[in-house]
Every structure is written in structure tokens, then in C-alpha cells.
Write a protein that binds this ligand. Sequence first.
Ligand code: FES
Ligand code: FES
Length: 192
Amino acid sequence: MPKTGGNSVDIELTINGERATVEAGSADDLATVLRQHGYIGVKCGCDGGTCGASKVFVDGEVVMACGMAAEDADGSEIQTVAALGTQDDLHPVQQAFVDNFAVQCGFCIPGMVIQAVALLDSNPDPTEQEVREALDDNVCRCTGYQKPVEAVLDAAERIQGAQSVAADGGQSVSAPLRGSESTGCCGGGCDE
Ligand code: FES
Ligand code: FES
């Protein structure tokens, strides 16, 4: 169950590039507070820090938001999946998930996309094994994981290809690995 309640305090967050003052109970977890404020791309599957659905970036680090006290995020910069791309301009990872048919019910996809972006940020050319290890705490009940793994490997190629074009003086076709503003949907079940 989501951890909610307790005495309320106001906390300051920057969420997907927007500064916000949000009310949080002393027992509230970050995933619950984000969802209560409309960031429903943060999914709650287990509420126990084991399924990966609630992953967000907190100050650039991947965090399972269900396992973080909202109060502890005070002053932090949060990025949900909706920060990465828009419906009309998906992040390369989001586009690769769509193009590789890696999305079924979509519930796990925001967390997978966040983790994949973090992986490719630190390791732009991962092996299949490295992708599998990066996603090993993202639980998916639908896909059997093969398609998401293929999507991440495809995204790595797309990003590297776009960067090569840019290095050659062409105009980059890649979105930034972590965009700062967006209100659109990833096409992968986030509903934002
Ligand atoms: S809901 Fe947070 S990891 Fe499962
Ligand atoms: S696509 Fe349904 S849980 Fe992963």
C-alpha cells in the first residue's frame, strides 16, 4: 500500500522543469505525492521498491519513488518519464520501444524507459547482457523482456547514429538524453 498520511509539510520540488511547492504528509512516499499532483507517469506496481514501475530521476539518479520519503526529496529536481519527450517528439528510447513493439499493457514502460535512458547516458554502447542487467529490477508481466531489450539496443544505435551525424556537421536528429520540459506522452502507458 502507498505510504501516505502523517503531519503535512510543504516541500519544494522542481518537477520536469517546473518549480512546485507540494504538500506532503510525513509518511508520504514520493511516488504517491507525484501522482497526487498529476504526474501519473509514475506508476505504482508493488509499492515496495521491487518492481521498478515508480522509477524517476531524482537529481539525476534513478530512484524508485515509492521507496523514498517525499520529505527527503525536498529541494530536489525530479524528472518523470514525461520529461523525456512529447507525443510528437519522442525521446529515441521511447521511439525505439514503440518501433520494436516493446510495449504491451504499458504499465512497466515508464520505469523501463527511465532506466534505459540512465543506462545509455552512462554506457552508450551496451551489450545485450548489460541491458539485461540494467533492467533486471524492472518487472514486466507482458513482454518476456526480449522486446524491451531489443528496443534499448536499437535506441543505443539510434543515439549513436544521430551523434555521428552531428559530429559530421549534420543537424542532430536526436532529442537530448534528458529533456528538461515536456507535457507529452511517451506512448508507453504513462498517460501524461
Ligand atoms: S511501485 Fe515502486 S518499485 Fe514497484
Ligand atoms: S508491458 Fe505490461 S507490464 Fe510490461
